[in-house]
Design a protein around this ligand. Sequence first.
Ligand SMILES: Nc1ncnc2c1ncn2[C@@H]1O[C@H](COP(=O)(O)OP(=O)(O)OP(=O)(O)O)[C@@H](O)[C@H]1O
Length: 374
Amino acid sequence: MLTATPRLEMTQLSRDYDGVRVVSDLSLTLSPGEVTCLLGPSGCGKSTTLRMAAGVEGPSAGTVNIDGERVADASFSLPPEQRSVGLMFQDFALFPHLDVARNVAFGLKGSRSEKAARVTELLDRVGLSNYGTKFPHQLSGGEQQRVALARALAPRPAIMLMDEPFSGLDNRLRDGIRDRTLDILREEGTAVLLVTHEPDEAMRMADKIALMRDGRIVQIGAPYTIYAKPVDQKAAAFFSDVNVVHGVVQDRQTETPFGLFLTPGLVDGADVEIVFRPQHCRLDFDRKDTPVHPTVEHGVPARGTVIRARFMGNQSLVELEMDHDGSLLKAVVPGVFMPPVGTPLVLSLRRDHAHVFPCATQSRVSNPWDTPKD
Ligand SMILES: Nc1ncnc2c1ncn2[C@@H]1O[C@H](COP(=O)(O)OP(=O)(O)OP(=O)(O)O)[C@@H](O)[C@H]1O
């Protein structure tokens, strides 16, 4: 269950390397039992942030608190072993000369029998009850990952910090191990900070996603919010291909081949982008003799010609060259739809899934669902 007291509280954290700021003014809190994913492209500062939470690095500015206690600021940083944190990285880093039971017991304090009981409990939890006397080299990648999880959980850390812990695993294993790992972390009430550059992994695992770019968090929210209400075009494009249609504001609205979009608060002449995902497009055959009618849900359809169609399993990707300006737009439609190159089609978009951003500041200004009927 989530409570109001944060387990980990990072406030206005920054980190410089050789005078270059790689994490900037970053604030983030983690609650017990909550999984937060730091998601972003390579080099955006995810691992540096995680290392500051762990105590492997100290911040150049800002503070880190764990359970209300200051563990780091610009002048000091408690080392990892003095913080209640568990660490898991891509290479499981098991001790090769210790058997599984001794690997799990490594960081444990207490009497021999207490340690043995905790090791037994954890090996049972990760489904490796009979593996205590095996050595790491005798285990598969998935089994090693489970031992690493048991070892990290053994001292009952308040916080689990995980840096791409599943990326070394075979695809077939990964989903099952991810789900089971999450179940165990939730059962333990551990607050989790998971670093990943894979949107699918973040969407699947996170209660909360912190989307990073250039050392900053650009958006924090539940996976659905981050996906459905991106703050800008780059945030939208991090999760899937996007289509972008340009327009110019006139009288607080912007006219496009897909109809009018409200753009309140923007001055006449401002450039805007209408951004929408291929999954939110609809295709219809172009019956040239029959006019295409706008609808509230899909706005005005625009004409285009098929330049490519690809089958992708349970859906098809169709690319169109648009009649109005020769731009390329993509539509993903369910099932098998493979129109030949040159087929005229009309494309419309789900207006409640389209986003309007001013080109200069790239921040979200409105939901075009409010757009009046054309
Ligand atoms: N010890 C260091 N010394 C100098 N620069 C560093 C150091 N560690 C990281 N950096 C730089 O800081 C920036 C952020 O690196 P970081 O590893 O935090 O990014 P990341 O988002 O985790 O990337 P990836 O997904 O590729 O691991 C990068 O430009 C990196 O080169």
